[in-house]
Design a binder for this molecule. Structure first.
Ligand code: SAM
Length: 222
């Protein structure tokens, strides 16, 4: 019987890997990575020599079949993404779904840990008993629709954004509602971690004052 572990890894600070995650990464036959170079930094930090193989959203059927064959042969594998919990706005689901359909004796085991969603939720100060997570805003069509969902939600809304589009996205949101309260978190757990809080206008002003670099996660309050 094979096991496919879905392993959460740090969203920046390498110390945030759980000891269980480390043990699994050391014990498995192979680690499936979104980008092997990114994962190797983590593995080197923990002196882990386990073999890696890239698996990402553009992986072809041939690669997926190769991975499924390993599971069918009883190999234990770990799936990681570049950062955080695999499957939350990054590849993983496709492989899990194919593995469930095609491998009879397979157990899928989650190894929980960091995610930018829960990280920002934990510091927001908004009531987070219920919230809506919307992933990345679409880059072209359907943007208005996305923002409508953000504005109409009964609960706080969390979404991801890239440094290239964060200002554009916030400006568009502001044009639809000037009074939004929000938290924008940049580079969580990393050296340049910055938390911008306040009305959307204030947050935009603060972000504009700095170099817009790094990774962003936004939470719009209720
Ligand atoms: N699966 C990951 C997770 O559990 O957080 C998210 C993957 S998604 C492809 C990457 C996005 O997550 C980034 O573009 C950014 O919006 C957000 N993110 C990841 N790490 C972050 C960090 N350290 N600080 C702020 N946002 C982060």
């Amino acid at each position: 019987m094979a096991i496919l572990y879905i392993v959460a890894t740090p969203i920046g600070n390498l110390e945030d890997l759980s000891s269980r995650a480390l043990r699994i990464l050391k014990e498995v036959d192979l680690i499936l990575c979104e980008d092997t170079r990114v994962t190797k930094k983590l593995l080197n930090y923990y002196n882990t020599k386990t073999k890696t193989l890239s698996y990402h959203q553009h992986s072809r059927l041939k690669k997926i079949n190769y991975i499924l064959d390993l599971l069918k042969k009883g190999k234990n594998l770990a799936l990681v993404s570049d950062a955080g919990t695999p499957g939350i706005s990054d590849p993983g689901n496709k492989l899990i779904s194919a593995a469930m359909k095609q491998c009879n004796n397979l157990t899928i085991v989650p190894i929980p840990g960091p995610s930018a969603v829960t990280c920002v939720a934990s510091i927001s100060g908004f009531p987070m008993n219920k919230f809506l997570f919307l992933g990345f805003p679409p880059t072209k069509r359907k943007r208005k629709n996305f923002f409508k969902k953000v504005l109409e939600s009964e609960y706080p809304v969390i979404f991801y954004e890239s440094p290239y589009r964060i200002l554009k996205t916030l400006n568009e949101l502001r044009s639809m509602n000037y009074g939004l309260r929000m938290v924008v978190a940049r580079e969580l757990t990393k050296k340049f971690e910055t938390i911008y809080r306040g009305k959307i206008n204030e947050v935009i002003k603060k972000i504009k004052k700095e170099k817009i670099k790094g990774e962003f996660v936004v939470i719009v309050g209720r």
